[in-house]
Design a protein around this ligand. Structure first.
Ligand SMILES: C[S@@+](CC[C@H](N)C(=O)[O-])C[C@H]1O[C@@H](n2cnc3c(N)ncnc32)[C@H](O)[C@@H]1O
Ligand SMILES: [Zn+2]
Ligand SMILES: [Zn+2]
Length: 481
């Protein structure tokens, strides 16, 4: 087990726990009045916390971005934990949710710290903290998010790291503008799932609509395979889709997920389970932005397919260590991968995605300390948005390019339309490094220096308050490991 501690001089205190053990059953079920009893049981402001957490629960990453550096499961609302911890304040005035501090001189132990919500809240209230977890990710996340560092310095480090990544990977993630032929960075590539029946090969996607805009729909025509723009009932062809002839050995028809069996031979369409997972998909559309002609959808050209092939050719030379380390073991969730005949975690990444990961790991060796921790966590968390398990939500007009990330359903789910993201796109967009740096690092660091709390007024309106008289990072400076 690994440990994170904010202080080297921890005075363990188990007073509270031993007092509870001495209580009789009668005392336990009665509202307690004793000086040493857990005040949380007596005075926890349930309704108040319910109202706050109802607002926070779907926006936890926006309400407390400092704990959201990396994906972790089963996170609770920070407001709930702030309210719990506040009950331990010796000074009753400090028990008010919006009052600063209250736990100065105390030590809070979270032996299963997970996402770290308790640690972060306890530090804000002035406590020393000790955190531990059986998994290394919570530890590294706590170290990376709780170590004091200038945000401006991190930005410089990230810019250098990103520029180097873009230099080496950019050529794999590019395409040509269909209007001016200019080579530009792609935003993402949509792939369809290859299947077959007794008489033909098909490519199955969620739906033929690729994007709903204010005044137009961009779609793929199932009959002709063309990408078109439909504006006020007038169809303009953007690009002709020619589904590549590949390992299946013949051209394929485009179908949607609603079509389960072949109308000609009556057989159910079957997945190509003998192929590595990433090979079961084929590109159907590329999305990019030309500085002159704006965002476009296009069919993969020969050159685009050659870019993918070049990455595929390098795949076997990428060394991530022993293959055994990536073997999928049976488990409540991973069993779903095995049922789809996915035996290695490496197979859920396209060759370009693996090239990205490989290059990022190589570059990380040039960094040290907090810079390396921060960049490492950023790359690791980016995998959630850069795998062939990612789906496409971007057809809806308010969410251009939005990704259904790997753990959106807290389980492995298998997509018809897969979104292969470009992590090194210099334009910020869903799940790429530029956006993740802003959301996970900049936002978190700024919040740490100037945290805010929500107050719900009588009229139900939210007010933003800055209750803490000290910054999270200021306190950490004192207790840094
Ligand atoms: C729900 S999270 C805890 C949330 C956290 N206490 C908080 O306040 O935000 C549960 C954590 O327990 C950790 N865990 C499970 N079994 C453990 C063990 N035997 N020893 C240490 N940590 C463990 C898991 O890795 C996971 O991160
Ligand atoms: Zn152009
Ligand atoms: Zn058939």
């Amino acid at each position: 087990m690994t440990e994170y501690s904010s202080s080297k001089k921890i005075k363990p205190s188990s007073d509270v726990v031993s007092d509870v053990r001495q209580l009789t059953l009668d005392e336990l079920i009665r509202p307690r009045q004793t000086e040493h009893s857990l005040s949380i049981d007596r005075a926890f402001p349930e309704e108040f916390v319910n109202d706050l957490s109802r607002q926070e629960v779907f926006n936890k990453h926006l309400f407390r971005p400092n704990t959201y550096l990396h994906k972790w499961w089963a996170r609770r609302c920070g407001s709930t934990f702030r309210a719990i911890l506040k009950q331990f304040a010796a000074n009753h005035e400090c028990r008010d949710y919006y009052a600063p501090g209250g736990l100065e001189g105390m030590t809070v132990l979270d032996p299963m710290m997970g996402g770290g919500t308790t640690l972060h809240e306890a530090i804000r209230l002035g406590a020393n903290v000790i955190g531990a977890d059986i998994d290394p990710i919570p530890i590294v996340q706590a170290r990376a998010s709780l170590t004091q560092v200038e945000l401006a310095g991190l930005r410089v480090v990230f810019d250098r790291f990103f520029a180097d990544l873009h230099d080496s990977l950019g050529p794999y993630f590019q395409t040509e503008c269909p209007t001016c032929e200019q080579t530009v960075d792609i935003q993402y590539v949509l792939h369809g799932l290859r299947k077959k029946c007794a008489c033909r090969n098909v490519v199955q996607i969620d739906q033929y609509d690729l994007r709903h805009e204010d005044d137009a729909i961009i779609g793929i025509c199932p009959e002709s395979g063309e990408i078109f723009r439909n504006q006020n009932g007038q169809k303009t062809v953007v690009e002709t889709l020619s589904l590549p002839t590949g390992m299946v050995g013949a051209t394929a028809d485009l179908i949607t997920k609603a079509e389960k069996e072949c109308p000609s031979c009556g057989q159910k369409y079957e997945e190509l389970l003998d192929l590595p997972f990433y090979v079961r998909y084929t590109p159907i559309a590329i999305v990019a932005t030309c500085p002159e002609h704006g965002t476009f959808f296009r069919s993969p050209s020969e050159e685009d397919l050659a870019r993918i092939k070049r990455a595929d050719e390098r795949r076997s030379e990428l060394d991530f260590g022993p293959l055994e380390d990536f073997r999928v073991h049976d488990g409540p969730k991973s069993g779903d991968l095995l049922r789809h005949n996915v035996r290695s975690y490496l197979d859920v990444f396209s060759s370009r995605q693996l090239l990205y990961l490989h290059q990022a790991i190589r570059q990380l060796r040039d960094y040290k300390g907090i810079d390396r921790l921060t960049l490492g966590m950023l790359v690791s968390t980016s995998l959630e948005f850069n795998a062939m398990l990612c789906g496409y939500k971007g057809w809806y007009k308010r969410r251009p390019g939005a990704i259904r990330h790997v753990f959106a359903l807290h389980a492995y789910s298998f997509q018809y339309t897969v979104l292969e993201n470009n992590p090194v796109n210099p334009r910020k967009s869903s799940g790429n490094l530029q956006l993740l740096f802003r959301d996970r690092i900049e936002r978190g660091r700024k919040w740490s220096v100037l945290p805010v709390e929500r107050k719900i007024g009588e009229d139900g309106k939210r007010e933003l308050l800055k209750p803490d008289g000290f910054s999270l990072l200021g306190v950490l400076f004192q207790f840094q490991v």
